[in-house]
Write a protein that binds this ligand. Structure first.
Ligand code: SPV
Ligand code: MG
Length: 285
């Protein structure tokens, strides 16, 4: 059902807001806030393991977190699957595994394995167009549920290439069967994205990740034909900030008096955990 929902949202023509998550609780908070779907972020998941976003974690480690996330929410989950964890055989295996735990969408990017987070360093290496197109074809061939969404992520702007390279890849991945195109940019403004939107004459929904251009206006994005906006990392960035402040204050004061009013109450955490659903054991009555 979630997968059918994602498919119809992606094709609805109405802009979708998607929030990054790294565990069950962060996904639930995003659902409660009103997001349409969850992005199981490779960056966030790697950060929770305190390791770089560079394919240090295995597919299975990411899959286990995705499973946790998917069980915690009733909105669809789109998984960031980096560059597919290897070659076409890894992609086929990955699709089977993610589909088996009920994931509604996957995203693979056109960089070789192992990948590096898009905001690290200049001149990142791109995967060959034919090799990546084959990954998209295999992903589509492997899935059993036709509604599962396979997003092809284009890293050409990230690698310092121009619009023509991005367009070439967009048409190639569309021909290979992609369901949507994630156009990634690390520019400080939305210009690369709008350039792409104006020039792209294909039919696929456009997905963006506005990390470095935070002032984008949803109405304008919608007018330019953007379909999905992924806020990929704001959950973990806000929680790290909050934890650092709290921990500093406790070390400084030697007690927790000054932070009691700014931290979440135990009652709220109990609520989020669904504690009220605990069954009362009859043997204690
Ligand atoms: C992620 O959230 O892991 C992403 C988006 O892939 S980015 O960090 O912008 O590459
Ligand atoms: Mg990622």
């Amino acid at each position: 059902m979630k997968t059918e929902n994602l498919r119809s949202l992606v094709n609805s023509g109405k802009i979708m807001k998607v929030m990054g998550a790294h565990n069950g609780l962060s996904a639930k908070l995003a659902e409660n806030a009103g997001f349409d779907a969850i992005w199981a972020s490779g960056f966030e998941i790697a950060a929770t393991y305190a390791v770089p976003d560079a394919n240090i974690l295995t597919m299975t480690e990411n899959l286990n977190v995705a499973h946790l996330i998917n069980k915690s929410v009733s909105i669809p989950v789109i998984c960031d699957c980096d560059s597919g964890y290897g070659d076409i055989n890894n992609v086929a295996h990955m699709i089977k595994e993610y589909e088996s735990i009920g994931i509604s969408g996957v995203c693979i990017e056109d960089k070789p394995f192992p990948k590096l987070n898009s905001f690290l360093g200049e001149g990142q290496e791109l995967e060959d167009i034919e090799i990546f197109s084959e990954k998209i074809r295999i992903a589509q061939e492997t899935k059993k549920n036709k509604d599962m969404v396979v997003i092809a992520r284009i890293e050409a702007f990230i690698a310092g290439k121009g619009l023509s390279e991005v367009l070439k890849r967009a048409y190639a991945y569309e021909k290979a069967g992609a369901d949507a195109l994630l156009i990634h940019s690390k520019k400080k403004d939305v210009s690369e994205i709008y350039d792409f939107c104006k020039s792209y004459k294909g039919d696929l929904p456009i997905v963006i990740v506005p990390t470095t251009y935070p002032d984008v206006n949803l109405g304008m994005l919608e007018k330019h034909g953007v379909q999905l906006v992924i806020y990929a990392n704001h959950g973990i960035r806000s929680s790290v900030n909050a934890m650092q402040e709290t921990f500093k204050s406790i070390i400084k004061d030697g007690n927790t008096v000054n932070i009691e009013n700014s931290i979440t109450s135990m009652e709220e955490i109990f609520r989020l955990q669904g504690t009220k659903n605990l069954k009362k054991p009859t043997y204690n009555m």
